[in-house]
Design a binder for this molecule. Structure first.
Ligand SMILES: *Cc1c(COP(=O)(O)O)cnc(C)c1O
Length: 343
């Protein structure tokens, strides 16, 4: 499939004894928080395929959606600015006035974190209530139809960039890790049937897990992918990932096998975007003892879930985990108040 090069790759894979000790397993961190500058994170790998299709169709405006502090919406907005495209972001909020039809009034928009970056690069933002957001595929389609009527050429990217085409970004990431292993860049991986015992990653819209589940067998990374839910639950994500896997196979006949996916709900915490006390303390301890910064919405919960799996005995000190650090730093910077008690 066609791909626009947007990410700075290969991203490093780092291993530190101090982190192993905190987690309770050997943790190899794939630094996908370093796929770029302000646009960095996992979304940029999916956008390489999605934006290639948009460009092939001659699109001049990208439409997408997410939470008000969405990393995906921010990555899309920055990429759009880089390529000279317009971006319209539909962002979910339960505060203030909302409308899927009109740009949000400036005074209603945040000035921190991802939303600040969206606004700096000139994305148009529409605020959407949680009830309307449930119909996102419908209002995105309707907005695209209206733009077409005005002579524009819109391209709709689903939430999180998570469809079969976007998931190819993480099949590609799996191949990238295999090349790093073959170059001898991962301690103790050479000569094993699988370089790792599992791949672990946060799951918010399913595309990253779907891509890794398809890429792991091809690249002989691991027999299992731990999919750490940060919202919804295992039953919901089983269906979502299955659908994306099916779509992705339509693009690449080589995607025959699929790793076992372990849908792990142990790190949900109080709700999407919020951590419990133990999760916050873990994030701060990791930062202070290893210098690795995780975000509270995704990567912090995901690494905590790996730690909980080790505590339950599903992993031990010799288990080899490829942890995908998916980024999210701007979200952390917008949530400073939640950490005031830990500082
Ligand atoms: C979107 C996101 C995820 C989840 O990836 P999905 O493909 O949406 O499941 C994980 N971490 C970060 C930082 C993200 O922004």
């Amino acid at each position: 499939m066609k791909r626009v090069r947007l990410a700075f790759t290969p991203t490093p894979i780092v291993h530190a004894a101090a982190l192993d000790a905190l987690v309770g397993a050997k943790v190899f961190v794939k630094r996908d928080d370093m796929t770029g500058g302000a646009e960095a994170g996992n979304k940029i790998r999916k956008l390489e395929y999605l934006v290639a299709e948009a460009q092939a169709q001659g699109a001049n405006v990208l439409l997408t959606c997410g939470a008000v502090q969405s990393n995906h919406a921010r990555a899309t907005a920055i990429v759009a600015a880089r390529l000279g495209l317009r971006a319209i972001l539909f962002l979910r909020t339960d505060l203030g006035p909302t409308s899927v039809e009109t740009p949000a009034p400036k005074a209603a928009l945040p000035t921190a974190g991802n939303a600040l970056l969206d606004r700096l690069v000139g994305a148009e933002i529409r605020l959407v209530s949680p009830a309307d957001y449930a119909t996102r595929d419908i209002f995105l389609g309707a907005a695209a139809e209206r733009l077409r009527g005005q002579g524009e050429r819109p391209y709709v990217i689903p939430e999180g960039g998570s469809n079969g085409l976007g998931a190819l970004g993480y099949v590609q990431c799996a191949r990238e890790v295999r090349a790093q292993v073959d170059l001898g860049l991962v301690d103790g991986a050479k000569g094993r049937p699988f370089a790792f015992d599992e791949v672990a990653v946060a799951c918010g819209s399913g595309g990253t897990v779907a891509g890794l589940a398809l890429g792991a067998p091809i690249a002989r990374l691991a027999p299992r992918v731990r999919s750490v839910s940060v919202c919804d639950d295992a039953g919901y994500f089983r269906g979502v990932v299955e659908r994306i896997v099916r779509q992705a196979r339509g693009y690449d006949a080589a995607l025959v096998e699929e790793a076992e996916v372990c849908f792990d709900d142990a790190a949900l915490g109080p709700r999407y975007g919020a951590m419990n006390q133990e999760q916050r303390a873990f994030l701060v301890k990791v930062a202070r003892e290893t210098g690795l910064l995780l975000d509270p919405v995704y990567s912090g919960k995901a690494l905590h879930a790996v730690h909980l799996a080790a505590r339950r005995g599903e992993l031990d000190a010799e288990s080899r985990v490829l942890f995908i650090h998916t980024g999210g730093l701007p979200g952390l910077l917008a949530e400073g108040d939640a950490f005031a008690g830990e500082l």
